[in-house]
Each structure stands twice: as structure tokens, then as C-alpha cells.
Design a binder for this molecule. Structure first.
Ligand code: SF4
Length: 227
């Protein structure tokens, strides 16, 4: 499967923030978020083909029990099913980070679903050539519902402006998501921007009963890769 990077760090986002974990970052994505912070897996995908057994060897050597399979969009790769089976075989807690547009049956302890809001549509980037497709694909309610029913989940929304909250509330209502599984996370690859957005996002979380998600990797290492 095409892998952009393998590294050992801490989970920076979501309900497991702060947990040491091996990251398996797949390359390739069916969406093109305008603010994608891993565009070497989407807009300009990089990486090399790595066999599942090689990935598992890396995990075995480095992991303290937690593996995060992220992307790109890992759910578009059929090999992820075999990877999940092998990771389960060596006793890993498995998080899958997905935008929630593709469904698969696989081994997973936490389905970290990040449905994409209107703020993600690339109306102008690269002449807007991806905008229509991205906008059509970004919310697949049947897939989201199925993922939420089948897996232990969190719903992590990337927010940029207060207007985004209206859309989050609509999606949460339509999916009948549990409020304590909903996380709001500021968009940004600079600690200063996260702090500015974080202050009003926390107030929304207090009002609506959502959780606030940090981006520890940005706070600690900025936009550097491999963290
Ligand atoms: S879904 Fe994730 S990897 Fe794909 S373009 Fe959006 S942020 Fe980037």
C-alpha cells in the first residue's frame, strides 16, 4: 500500500490526545480540502509502496500499544483490511482517521471521523478544478451513519470561523450523534492561529456540550512533517 510516512510520536488530536502512538500515513485521497495540512498525501501525493508485513514490523519495533492509521484517506485502500487484521494480531489499539466517505469492514478500536464542512471546498485552489467533485463527495450521510453504528467513533470537525458552527449543528442533528463524541478543532498550522480560534471554539463547546480538540503536533512542532 502507498505510504507517505511511518513515524512514532504522540496523538495530537481527539479523545486520545497525548497518547504515544505509531502513525501509518497512507498516501492518496478522494477529497481535496483547501486547507489540507498533509497535501503531500492529497494535492501532490508522495510516498512508496510498502508491504503490510513491513509496516507491521515497524509498528512492532516502535509501538507502545497504539497505532493510528491516517492519511490521505486510508479507507480508499483495500490493503487496509489486511493491515488492521495484522495490527490486531500484535495487540494494537487501532485508530483509523477518515473523512467518512468510504465504508469498509475492518479491525478498528476508534473510528476517528472528520466530516468536511463547506470551509474545506477549494473554490479557487488550482483554478477550482477540484471544487465541484470535493463538494459533492464531502458529506456521505449513509456512510457516516454506517460507520457510527458499526464502530466506536468520534466526530471531529475542523472549524475556521463562527459561521461553521451552524453547519456542524445541522450535521450532528441529522446524524443524531452523541454530543460527547463530537469534537471541534481549530484549523491552522500556526500555534498563534490555533490559540485565537481556540478561544471562541471553547465557548461553543461549553454552550453545546461538545469537546474541544487540541492540535498538539502544531503547538509543539508547527507545520513540520513526521510529528
Ligand atoms: S480529507 Fe484529509 S487528507 Fe484528504 S484533502 Fe482533506 S484534509 Fe487532506
Amino acid at each position: 500500500m502507498k505510504i507517505a510516512e511511518l513515524f512514532y510520536s504522540i496523538q495530537g488530536e481527539g479523545i486520545l490526545a497525548g497518547t504515544p502512538a505509531v502513525f501509518v500515513r497512507t498516501s492518496g485521497c478522494n477529497l481535496r480540502c483547501v486547507w489540507c495540512d498533509a497535501d503531500y498525501t492529497s494535492w501532490a501525493p508522495e510516498g512508496r509502496d510498502v508491504e503490510v508485513k513491513e509496516i507491521v514490523r515497524y509498528v512492532r519495533e516502535h509501538s507502545r500499544g497504539y497505532t493510528v492509521v491516517t492519511g490521505g484517506e486510508p479507507m480508499i485502500l483495500p490493503e487496509i483490511v489486511a493491515l488492521g487484521r495484522e495490527l490486531r494480531g500484535i495487540g494494537q489499539h487501532i485508530t483509523i482517521e477518515t473523512a467518512g466517505t468510504v465504508y469498509r469492514e475492518l479491525e478498528c478500536d476508534l473510528m476517528s471521523i472528520s466530516p468536511k464542512l463547506r470551509n474545506s471546498v477549494p473554490w479557487e485552489r488550482e483554478g477550482g478544478r477540484w471544487a465541484e467533485r470535493h463538494n459533492r463527495l464531502r458529506l456521505q450521510y449513509d456512510v457516516l451513519q454506517k460507520l457510527m453504528e458499526r464502530y466506536n467513533y468520534q466526530l471531529k470537525f475542523v472549524v475556521t470561523q463562527p459561521e461553521d458552527v451552524t453547519e456542524v449543528l445541522e450535521i450532528v442533528k441529522r446524524l443524531r450523534a452523541k454530543r460527547d463524541r463530537v469534537l471541534l478543532m481549530p484549523e491552522g498550522v500556526q500555534a498563534r492561529v490555533l490559540a485565537e480560534r481556540g478561544r471562541w471554539i471553547v465557548e461553543v463547546c461549553k454552550r453545546e456540550g461538545f469537546r474541544y480538540s487540541p492540535r498538539l503536533q502544531v503547538e509543539l512542532w508547527g507545520a513540520a512533517r513526521g510529528y
